[in-house]
Structure formats: C-alpha cells, structure tokens
Design a protein. Sequence first.
Length: 260
Amino acid sequence: MIRVGIGGWTFEPWRGVFYPKGLTQARELEHASRHVTAIEINGTFYGSQKPSSFRKWHDETPDDFMFSLKAPRFAVNRRVLAEAGDSINKFIASGVGELKQKLGPILWQFAPTKQFDPADMAAFLDLLPSEIDGVKARHVLEVRHESFCVPEFIAMARQHNAAIVLAEAKKFPLVADVTSDFVYLRLQETQDDIPAGYSDQALDTWAARAKTWAAGGVPDDLPLITKAPPKQQRDVFVFMISGAKVRNPAAAMALIERLG
C-alpha cells in the first residue's frame, strides 16, 4: 500500500486551484479525499479535537482513505520526554479511535533544538500505545537535530517498530533508514513556478523509491546510517508538506498518477 497526501485540507489559496470555484468549505474534505489517498492532520498538534470531529472526518471520506495525526505539542515540546505520559493518554482518549480503520500513523514531531538523549527517548517510546480501540497504533518520529543521526537511535526505533520521518528539507537532516513495517515521507521542496510542484524527474525518482520500499527493498540512491534491514513488504506514506503549499495537491496527484 502506497498512500500519497497533503497536510490538512483547509487552505484558502487552494480554492479555485485545487478546489473548484463555488465549492463550499464544508465539502472541501470530501473533495480532497477523492483526489489524494491520505491527509496529515496538523490541528491535533495545537489542541484537542472532539470525538464528533473524528467521527465526521471518518464518515466524509472513502472507505480506503487514511488520516495521519500530528501528536500534541504538549507531549513533544518538553525537556523530559519521559514525563509526557499524561499528555499522550489525554490525546489518545480525545476520540482518536473514532477514525477506526482510517487511523494511520501518529506523527511525533520534535523541535529542531531537541537533541538525542538515549535514556529519555527510550522512556518516551515505552509510553506509546501499541493499539487504539482495537486498531494497531503506528508511530512515526520526526527528529530534526543531527544528534539523532546515530546507529543507537536507529536501533531504538527498530526495537519499538517506530518509523523515522524521511524529511526532504534543506534545513533538517535526511534519515532514510527503515526502522518499521512502514515508511513515512514528508516532502517539503515543492516549487511555485512548477505547476506540479516538482519536476517530472523528481516525481519519477520519488515514485521509484516508494515502489522499492513497498516491495521490501531499500533505494540505492539514499545514504543510510546503518545496514538495511531484512527485505519485507511495507506500507508507504508520502505527504507533500510545506514548500510551495499551493502546489502540494498537484504534486500529490502527479505522484499518485505515476504510482498507478
């Protein structure tokens, strides 16, 4: 399974570009979910959502659609991650399970200044639930400091079956090591002067990489910190995030077309 999506669905510049003119805001999720195959929800990072909101999102999208949720800032923006238990539990109890089978990976995004503390990170990973209301919980870590680019962190993520975000962003390190039974990409270099956000060559490259990961391999054109894990089929999530945001839906749809 390879899913390609965007961050959120409410963005005024998309109206008349991605969304047809005259489409009401209430129907934007319905439209977006028919053109991409996943959406990363950012609002959960800033505040709690109601169970009724999760139910509504579930009901407005196709049966095979999936949402990724950005975990709350209160859980990740702290000096001692091992003390995040209450924030994590509050988030899980907020109604996340109402997404049912459409619940995708939960993204734990750490500040660029957050450095790798092995004992504290291990304690944090132990706090993450293995399932949510009967649905397997998948966790993905977005680390944005060079201190995480070490074999010890890669091994720790593998031990907990937690993916590490592969972020295509000039200001953050790129970690391409596979550490879970799924791969999670956040591509952040769309360009405003290209209608599809990325060049044909770049889209072809990312499509080929996604197919390689899904088939169980590892692309040979990305650097690794440690040895590649044994071959196994994997789910792949690709999100067009940041960059020239107005182009992100076009980039996602162009990549979906290449993936067939």
